[in-house]
Design a protein. Structure first.
Length: 94
């Protein structure tokens, strides 16, 4: 079974127009996934605004690996991931 690699640009941020940050997310799916599957996956990620998926495009594995390194250095995603993990821990131990 092979994989498909995708670049999805999503809008994150507070409620309201022009209060957002567009962030490229890099996703991997099984080879049978379509662009609609990726859209659904990206739209359901924590922090993505309603109707927040701006663009999805297929990429190769090399671009995916470079993109994941960019994600690790993205300040906004670092804060989002840290907040999300704290929120999950609070729910587990409440």
């Amino acid at each position: 079974m092979g994989f498909k690699y995708w670049r999805a640009v999503c809008r994150y941020g507070h409620v309201g127009l022009r209060r957002e940050v567009a962030v490229a997310r890099f996703l991997v799916t099984d080879s049978g996934s379509s662009i609609l599957d990726v859209y659904s996956l990206a739209a359901d990620m924590p922090g993505v605004k309603s109707h927040g998926v701006i663009q999805i495009q297929p990429i190769n594995q090399e671009a995916y690996e470079l993109g994941k390194k960019e994600e690790d250095s993205n300040f906004y995603l670092q804060k989002l991931k840290n907040f999300t993990s704290k929120e999950i821990e609070e729910k587990l131990y409440a």
